[in-house]
Design a protein around this ligand. Structure first.
Ligand code: IMP
Length: 450
């Protein structure tokens, strides 16, 4: 029997839950950090000294120099974006991780300019426009190119010609005027092969070997369960499986390795892009505006303002059913400070009936109205006061250092979901995290190790 040392971090809402800090904390104790789905539609902010770096594709675990990094077989990789991120990382740290500690699965799908162009025609979903859906569609249709396929087509001009023809027909159907030039496509493929030849590897077997040797693997989810292609608010979803079941599959290892699975949720809710959002508030004033402004709720990838709303426990229940989280991390609790009262959505009303599940049809979901429970608010604390509380928690107080109104709010979440809250984020500072004293998050994040 294999040992179990893989841990998973997943978004429990519509993405942007602030998974990065939890990942940072776990990466410090992991030998590998693995992205298993999605591509550069994700976004996370990395702070190294005084410099802030926005990364979209590289695993967040990159800031832990002990961590080897994998873009797993379930990901879609834009080689040009990866190149830029690596160049910026190199300029900042002097490190060139590709082929040294960054490996790309030979089975990962390649995002080509065609996929970006095709995605630019989207007007329904409000995608990030990064070519994610078209690249997954090509993969599912079995016409896409994986990294391992590139050498087989690069010198085959007939294949290149027929690939470009297919792409151009598709671009016409969605009204994109730009066309793919076969020669250019050939030279792009050739560049990708040369640029990443050291990094393209059979990463599934590599991870399997590492796990057998007792090494620890961190599986980094992107987006969130409500954006899952199967379980989310279809069609307003991303094109990959964002849930736990794909964490190991998209890394090329078996599910028996998973030890702990952490669901990350904000203390409220946000969503970018289109689609139903029952607890949505106005961004023009009141709590919705506070969440937007205090929480700096703008997309890392597109800069779009995020829609904001009260915490929706039905969404978290849905995520619990699918992902079986072993612990919850609640982020951005500080953002709610100063509101008179806090609302928690405990169920929906649909056609006169009360329900605690998310309807499969978005038309039905759009007609759901939230049923709220009202909880007392708590005062706004300054960043210094939050950090002082966090310091106190690290001296052994754990989550008990939080004032009563906050503890009650968190206790209600735990009770509804049936899973303990193991850590609470109370500010952007690396020290601003209050964790239960027996969990893996009870660590003071040092500066990134570069
Ligand atoms: P796509 O993943 O670019 O195809 O976009 C599909 C939907 O998922 C859109 O509503 C996007 O706004 C949303 N989405 C994709 N990635 C993220 C993310 O990292 N955070 C939040 N929403 C995302």
């Amino acid at each position: 029997m294999d040992t179990l040392p893989a841990n998973v971090v997943l978004g429990a809402q519509w993405g942007d839950e602030g998974k990065g800090k939890a990942i940072d904390q776990l990466a410090a104790h992991s030998d590998w950090a693995v992205r298993f789905q999605g591509g550069n539609n994700a976004g996370h902010t990395v702070v190294v000294g005084d410099i802030t770096l926005k990364l979209h594709l590289l695993p967040s675990g990159i800031t832990a120099s002990n961590c080897r990094l994998v873009l797993g077989c379930g990901t879609v990789v834009d080689p040009w974006v990866l190149d830029q991120e690596l160049e910026r990382w190199h300029a900042l740290t002097g490190e060139k991780p590709e082929g040294q500690r960054l490996f790309i699965s030979e089975r990962a799908a390649v995002i080509l300019p065609f996929h970006r162009l095709y995605d630019s025609a989207d007007s329904l979903v409000g995608t990030t426009g990064r070519g994610i859906g078209p690249a997954y569609r090509d993969r599912t249709e079995r016409v896409g190119l994986r990294f391992v396929d590139l050498p087989h087509v690069v010198d085959d001009s007939e294949a290149i010609q027929s690939i470009s023809e297919r792409m151009n027909k598709q671009l016409v159907t969605v009204g994109v005027e730009q066309a793919i030039d076969p020669e250019q496509l050939q030279s792009e493929i050739s560049w990708v092969m040369g640029r990443f030849s050291d990094a393209i590897r059979p990463t599934g077997p590599m991870l399997d070997k590492a796990l057998r040797a007792g090494e620890r693997v961190l599986l980094e989810g992107a987006q969130g369960i409500m954006l899952d292609i199967d379980q989310g608010t279809y069609p307003f979803v991303t094109s990959s499986i964002t849930g736990r079941a794909n964490a190991t599959h998209g890394a090329g290892i078996h599910p028996g390795h998973i030890e702990q699975c952490f669901g990350i949720s904000k203390a409220y809710t946000t969503r970018v892009g289109n689609g139903p959002f029952p607890t949505e508030l106005s961004l023009e004033g009141g709590p919705g505006k506070q969440m937007s402004e205090v929480g700096h709720e703008f997309g890392t990838t597109t800069g779009r303002p995020r829609r904001t709303g009260w915490l929706d426990l039905v969404v978290l229940m849905e995520g619990q059913r699918i992902n079986g989280h072993t612990g919850l991390v609640i982020t951005k609790l500080d953002v709610l400070g100063g509101l008179d009262e806090l609302k928690l959505c405990v169920s929906y009303e649909l056609d006169g009936e009360e329900t605690q599940s998310v309807p499969a049809s978005c038309e039905d979901y759009a007609r759901c109205t939230p049923i709220y429970e009202v909880h007392p608010g708590f005062p706004a604390l300054s960043p210094e006061e939050w950090i002082a509380l966090a310091d106190e928690s690290r001296q052994g107080g754990g989550l008990s250092v939080l004032p009563e109104a906050m503890r009650d709010y968190l206790a209600r979440i735990e009770q509804a979901i049936g899973v303990p809250v193991v850590s609470v984020g109370v500010g952007p500072d690396r020290r601003a995290s209050i964790a239960s004293s027996d969990g893996p998050f009870d660590v003071l994040l040092g500066e990134a190790t570069f």
